[in-house]
Ligand binder design. Structure first.
Ligand code: FES
Length: 329
């Protein structure tokens, strides 16, 4: 668990939005405002499921202009490691949850004016908050963000799986919202999209790994500057593999990391706390030195050289290539 403040919130409403997605509205028990956040921020939700803990990061989708409530949406993952199934099956109005204060790893680029959002499925959530924060209508006039140009391209499986479509199509950004429904043969042509963008646009992608990869491949094909491409992978990177032993050198603790578990989870299971902001291999807060053994790096934080050097490992997603991995923790 990270060292940031933990906040106890009440779940005040739960709505089934699509067959797989539920929206949860969270508020402080006394109704006071929650900490401020900006579009693209997420909170870490800690769930106690019997003797087991789940810690999942969810984007805040509600408007940053209204902090008496936070809203998150949770997709039931087929191969859930527990958190999404817990939220769907065991959380109802009246449940209390522990959340961390908001952190933002997916902010709009400062000083840029044109922002193009590409969302796949549940990856729509951070963009909802960004669109709500930068509303082009009246009460945004005094805001510096009012001058921003925002455009959304949202791809989803079928009409019944398109969460938030109605509100997007009737909202203040409707003219710049483009939806692509796979079951109706509508495809988002990424190459065409990139070719149509002005050179100063910043592009943001959030969705399944396939969409993320396709956006990066098309951007690379056209030489799109990396500094103008931003990604948030909402689904955890593939973390499964062979079981191995991790040794925490400072305490001598030896822990088995199961085939479907992350090192971070195994460590938390043993009651040891580790700073972990994103839990998806992007922020670097869970990086620790390797003392012995070799990492199977699965993060998006270390560059190729750092990965080859085998000096550190990110505990939230990476695994071990060797049966035993000793880390400086
Ligand atoms: S917690 Fe962010 S990289 Fe591990």
């Amino acid at each position: 668990m990270n060292a940031r403040e933990s906040i106890t919130v009440d779940v005040v409403a739960v709505e089934q939005l699509t067959p797989l997605i539920k929206r949860f509205t969270l508020a402080l028990p006394d109704g006071a405002p929650l900490p401020p956040f900006s579009g693209g921020a997420h909170v870490l939700v800690s769930m106690q499921d019997g003797g087991q803990w789940h810690h999942n990061a969810y984007s805040l989708l509600s408007s940053p202009r209204e902090t008496r409530q936070y809203q998150i949406a949770v997709r039931r993952e087929e191969a859930s490691r527990g958190g999404s199934a817990f939220m769907h099956d065991k959380v109802a109005a009246g449940t209390q949850l522990a959340i961390g204060s908001p952190a933002n790893l997916f902010e709009l680029a400062r000083n840029a004016r044109r922002h193009v959002f590409i969302a796949g499925g549940i990856g729509i959530t951070p963009f909802l908050a960004q669109l709500a924060e930068h509303r082009p209508d009246a009460d945004a006039d005094a805001d510096a963000g009012a001058a921003l140009e925002l455009e959304l391209h949202y791809a989803y499986r079928s009409p019944e799986h398109g969460a938030f479509v109605e509100e997007l199509k009737s909202g203040p950004h409707a003219a710049n919202v483009h939806c692509y429904v796979d079951s109706e043969g509508q495809r988002l042509d990424l190459l065409k999209l990139f070719k149509s963008l002005p050179a100063d646009a910043h592009v943001y992608v959030c969705g399944p790994a396939g969409l993320n990869d396709a956006v990066h491949a098309n951007a690379a094909l056209l030489g799109w500057p990396k500094s103008q491409l931003h990604a948030e992978q909402f689904a955890a990177t593939e973390t499964g593999g062979k079981a191995f032993t991790v040794v925490l050198a400072k305490s001598g603790l030896e822990l088995e990391v199961a085939e479907d578990e992350t090192i971070l989870k195994a460590i938390e299971r043993a009651g040891v706390t580790v700073e972990s902001l994103c839990r998806e291999g992007v922020c670097g807060t869970c990086e620790v030195p390797i003392l012995e053994g070799e990492a199977d790096h699965r993060d998006q934080y270390l560059d190729d050289e750092e990965k080859a050097a085998q000096k550190t490992i990110l505990l939230c997603v990476s695994r071990s290539r060797t049966p035993r991995l000793v880390i400086d923790l």
